[in-house]
Design a binder for this molecule. Structure first.
Ligand SMILES: NC(=O)N[C@@H](CC(=O)O)C(=O)O
Ligand SMILES: [Zn+2]
Ligand SMILES: [Zn+2]
Length: 346
């Protein structure tokens, strides 16, 4: 006799995703809206989403793809050296902009218009604190003398700690954390500090990217770290702590842009995110914690209602294709040409 293992959880949300723009939007929106309820949509377009007007137009382009009815994009303002406190007040009043994103200039994909010095944004952070707008952070320093594997930790020590001390009521999400140092920092901070964790940082460490040949599809920022960090992230995600929640950081680049002499940073996981998180949680004997991580902790932190419907995962393996459509190009998804153990029931 065979028995099927199933797991029913409250509909999950993705608190960090890149949908890109233009002809690929149809692919990314279709994938992300298959079962996710809400998604925080990152603003690092070219040009970046620095104004309410641009956020509104981007929202409309996303909704024009006819996502599933349960799907709601949450829009984000991209902070630059020029952002003013007035911009934050207007963004809040718009009712459309949900959060603002700090990219240190040069830290990651399309961050060249980012912030060169957080001191320049003192009024902006004060305004965010007073209107209650969350600050989302790509937490890496950019100075060339800092090793790429240390950039998250140095950011926490030199930029984030003082920022948290200066704005004690500002709600901050340290995005896509990759180190034990980040886990420790978030755990020891107040209730206003939380973190997202990607599925690729739970599944892989830098050996997966570099041993036996360089695998460009595992290259993302912050970069995969050594296995002790991977294990600290797995422990944090599966611990039941309400400070950690799901953010795929699904960040597609066309195959040719990754398989290149200077390949782009970003992993595409929107085609199978909750399925892969389920694998990690099952491996840890922690499937009972998946719902908190994927569906409860995020809304709790963001002061939003939990989704009022459910999804069901079935333990039934399937193969991921070698490539997937990405506008007129293709993207190589995570687990390409390999099996995934779980599926979401239609
Ligand atoms: N994570 C990545 O490696 N890349 C993201 C940017 C980001 O989230 O830092 C992208 O937009 O491609
Ligand atoms: Zn980032
Ligand atoms: Zn991202």
């Amino acid at each position: 006799m065979t028995s099927t293992t199933t797991l029913t959880i409250t509909r999950p949300d993705d608190w960090h995703v890149h949908l890109r723009d233009g002809e690929v939007l149809n692919n990314t929106v279709t994938d992300i809206s298959r079962y996710f309820g809400r998604a925080i949509v990152m603003p690092n377009l070219v040009p970046p989403v620095t104004e309410v007007k641009a956020a509104t137009a981007y929202y409309k382009r996303i909704m024009a793809q006819n996502p599933s009815a349960h799907f709601k994009p949450l829009m984000v303002l991209y902070l630059t050296d020029q952002t003013s406190a007035q911009d934050i007040i207007e963004a809040k009043e718009s009712g459309l902009v949900f959060a603002a994103k700090l990219y240190p200039a040069g830290a990651t994909t399309n961050s060249s218009s980012g912030v060169t010095d957080v001191a320049k944004l003192a009024d902006v952070f004060a305004a965010m604190q007073s209107v209650g707008m969350p600050l989302l952070i790509h937490g890496e320093v950019t100075s060339c003398e800092i090793d790429i594997f240390d950039r998250e930790q140095v950011f926490i020590d030199t930029i984030l700690q003082p920022l948290v001390a200066k704005y004690p009521l500002l709600r901050i999400v340290l995005e896509h954390i990759t180190t034990k140092n980040a886990v420790d920092f978030v755990e020891s901070a107040g209730d206003n500090i939380a973190a997202t964790i990607t599925v690729h940082h739970l599944l892989y460490n830098r050996n997966d990217m570099l041993v036996g040949g360089i695998r460009p599809h595992y290259f993302c920022l912050p970069i995969l770290k050594r296995n002790i960090h991977q294990h600290a992230l797995i422990k944090a995600a599966t611990s039941g702590s309400n400070k950690f929640f799901l953010g795929t950081d699904s960040a597609p680049h066309a195959q040719h842009a990754k398989e290149s002499a200077c390949g782009c940073a970003g992993v595409y996981s929107a085609h199978a995110a909750i399925e892969l998180y389920a694998e990690v949680f099952e491996q840890e004997n922690a499937l009972d914690q998946l719902e908190a991580f994927a569906s409860l902790n995020g809304p709790n932190f963001y002061q939003l209602p939990v989704n009022n419907d459910k999804i069901t995962l079935v333990k039934k393996s399937w193969s991921v294709p070698e490539t997937m459509s990405f506008g007129s190009d293709v993207v190589v998804p995570v687990r390409a040409n390999e099996e995934i153990l779980w599926q979401v029931q239609d």
